[in-house]
Design a protein around this ligand. Sequence first.
Ligand SMILES: Cc1cc2nc3c(=O)[nH]c(=O)nc-3n(C[C@H](O)[C@H](O)[C@H](O)COP(=O)(O)OP(=O)(O)OC[C@H]3O[C@@H](n4cnc5c(N)ncnc54)[C@H](O)[C@@H]3O)c2cc1C
Length: 371
Amino acid sequence: MRILVSGAGTAGLSAGIDLARAGHDVELVERTNRLRANGSPIDVRGEAIETARGMGILDAVREHRITMTEQTRFVDRSGAAVAPLAMQEINETPEDIELPREDLMTILRQALPERVDLRFEERIVALADDGDRVAVTFASGREAAYDIVVGADGVHSAVRRLVFGPEEEFTEHLGVYVAIGDAPGQETPGTARVTEILNLPGRFAGVARYRDKALGIFEFRSGPIDYDYHDLGAQKRILAEAFAGIEDWKVPELVEAVQDDPNLYFDALAQIVMPSWYRGRVVLIGDAAHCATPMAGRGVSLALLGAWTLTEELGRHGDDLDAAFSAYEQRHRPHAAAAQEFARGGADLMVPATWEAIAARNARLSAAQPL
Ligand SMILES: Cc1cc2nc3c(=O)[nH]c(=O)nc-3n(C[C@H](O)[C@H](O)[C@H](O)COP(=O)(O)OP(=O)(O)OC[C@H]3O[C@@H](n4cnc5c(N)ncnc54)[C@H](O)[C@@H]3O)c2cc1C
């Protein structure tokens, strides 16, 4: 089949790899001019480990493994450690693999078969599904027809908006915003890899270190904020305002450091919940279908698994797309639902709303595992 995949993130690249290897003709379009490889380290967990094996990337994924969450601790306003965050609070099994997001993107890019037609600075602006083909118009003015369109264009998916309806219909805010950016100057020399987090009521400011890199990570509680999510300047302003006036620990220097990162990642923690992930010849995978938020720590695993399951079901059901998409959704939905459920409790763990809640969380974690 001739398949168009929109979005070259982890879901889109995985779909490109799996679908092309299954013999389909794949075109992959990415809105930006490069692979967006920045962000905090991510995890390949649970069943996604077997998926990575099936994709032939497991050895490479393991080679790039880092251990960061093993040494995560909460600090007080002076920077003294007050509670540890044990791996078992977030991991499924000890086999879970953590690696830098940029490394996984490179591994996926390298695994992408050459015959996948990868086009940057291209995006869909109109779709018309006549039952036999989907006619697509691109921002470049190009027009083409496909047997299937796969929306892998993330939490703010354009395919979802064009085919299923406005984003607000499917968005459930967790009431928290997140920002992640490079924080040069905060690296630890040698091999010490420590992640430190300061909580103030409704605020989280932390520094994560791996290899020779340091990342500033911020979370803050807030209702939905009205801003253009493509506007990096607006994102940086919102972040600075959320932490303005806080002089504790390294907060001012961390906020200042990430202001210089041209690739700052900033978004609402918002889940995508849809009654169905397909309509006609259009199907959604990854965050576009079921974003669980970074709080779940499972976005990448779900992306790998979803692309794999979709490809398998297309292989099993041939031209019967309805049967294939339905089987994909039935198999994959429990994984997405579990991740979303997990993330809903994440705000109370990572961004307690009051001093009392912070103290109770610290006491619970310290009792489970001493510092
Ligand atoms: C820059 C960036 C940094 C991230 N950092 C983190 C992090 O630090 N921690 C974390 O847990 N998660 C992070 N995520 C989210 C994480 O990557 C996803 O949860 C997970 O990998 C699932 O990926 P996805 O491919 O479904 O969506 P995404 O990773 O969001 O990828 C979607 C891709 O589609 C592209 N796209 C968007 N709109 C269009 C369009 N209209 N047409 C074509 N292409 C389009 C985007 O540029 C992007 O490349 C980040 C995502 C991005 C894009």
